[in-house]
Design a protein around this ligand. Structure first.
Ligand SMILES: Cc1ncc(C[n+]2csc(CCOP(=O)(O)OP(=O)(O)O)c2C)c(N)n1
Ligand code: SF4
Ligand SMILES: [Mg+2]
Length: 310
């Protein structure tokens, strides 16, 4: 597989092409929602006609972070909370790559929260999937930023005193240009939402509800769910910020009352970070990745820099 050979090649893709040749056995527990993300992602990429070598999947640390081991594409299993800066750098260096970043609620809304805020604000063109199981799964069930108030765990045995973060509202106010929530128990909706997110030019954030039957509730934690686009009660305009904000606030509150509202919440078509940079002339026309592989490219700036520091 070379870095550029298959980019742009059009052919029918089978979703099994996204299963690694030497398939590592997934170590997720039976009934874990993470399997649902893997299935939806494979289906979405195949239906979009993406070749595995057109895709880069960058993950953080957690049960969710293992996704890049079970998905056949370029992959980078980064460090806790740091998938987004890695994904941003890769996208800027090689804009032809379809970049997907993924990680847990602890990873993205806790330790990596600052990267989340600024990647959304700058509207980097990528898909960000947050596996939201309301818990630290990998480290055995500690309270996470999305755990409900009063939730008892080893770290808060008397119950969490904190209100959970509101991931959809946070994303909207930070500046994400596509915001959706889906659930592993709803694989068809999940696949369609991932397809939209991948096709969106800008930062597309998916809060993906992934049940953790081992450390949180049970495999039916997010059942039943409602698709807000299919329910007359939620007749709002996803391109209207205020209406989207109200719908998000409602969905976030009702999740903790046992009502699971999923679907598309917000979308705008403002230019992505790269498009803005190109329009001001700040972004070089030849992407960094192509310059690196071009033997004739003169690395003037690097040479100058080295001369100055000899
Ligand atoms: C810098 C750093 N701090 C803490 C840890 C320990 N750690 C590993 S995974 C994790 C939390 C995982 O929770 P989440 O991000 O929600 O992912 P999940 O396992 O639930 O998918 C923590 C605290 C670490 N690996 N690196
Ligand atoms: S601990 Fe929870 S999140 Fe981790 S693999 Fe098991 S069920 Fe999934
Ligand atoms: Mg988690």
């Amino acid at each position: 597989m070379s870095a550029f050979s298959a980019i742009g090649e059009e052919r029918e893709i089978d979703q099994n092409e996204f299963t690694p040749g030497i398939e590592p056995q997934a170590t997720w527990c039976p009934g874990c929602g993470d399997f649902g993300v893997l299935k939806a992602l494979k289906g979405a990429m195949a239906e979009l006609g993406k070749n595995p070598d057109e895709v880069l999947l960058v993950t953080g640390i957690g049960c969710s972070g293992k996704l890049s081991s079970y998905f056949n594409s370029y992959g980078y299993h980064s460090i806790h909370g740091r998938s987004l800066p890695v994904a941003r750098a890769a996208k800027l260096a090689n804009p032809d790559l379809e970049v997907v970043a993924a990680g847990g609620d602890g990873d993205g809304y806790g330790i990596g929260g600052n990267h989340f805020m600024h990647t959304a604000r700058e509207n980097h063109d990528m898909t960000y999937i947050v596996f939201n199981n309301e818990i630290f799964g990998l480290t055995k069930g500690q309270t996470s930023p999305t755990s409900p108030k009063g939730h008892k765990s080893k770290t808060q045995p008397h119950g969490s005193a904190k209100d959970p973060v509101r991931p959809l509202s946070m994303s909207l106010s930070a500046g994400a240009s596509y915001v959706a929530r889906t659930a592993a128990v709803n694989p068809n909706q999940a696949k369609e939402i991932i397809k939209e997110a991948v096709e969106h030019d800008g930062f597309a954030h998916i809060d993906f509800l992934t049940q953790c039957p081992t450390w949180n509730k049970d495999a039916r934690q997010y059942v039943p769910y409602t698709d807000i686009q299919q329910d007359d009660e939620f007749d709002f305009d996803v391109t209207d910020r205020r209406e989207a904000a109200d719908a998000m606030y409602d969905a976030e509150s009702r999740l903790y009352e046992g009502e699971v509202l999923t679907g598309r919440f917000y979308r705008d078509d403002r230019p992505s970070y790269s498009q803005e940079k190109q329009s001001t002339g700040e972004m070089p026309e030849t992407p960094l990745a192509e310059r690196y592989f071009d033997d004739d490219y003169e690395w003037e700036r690097s040479y100058d820099f080295m001369d100055r520091h000899r």
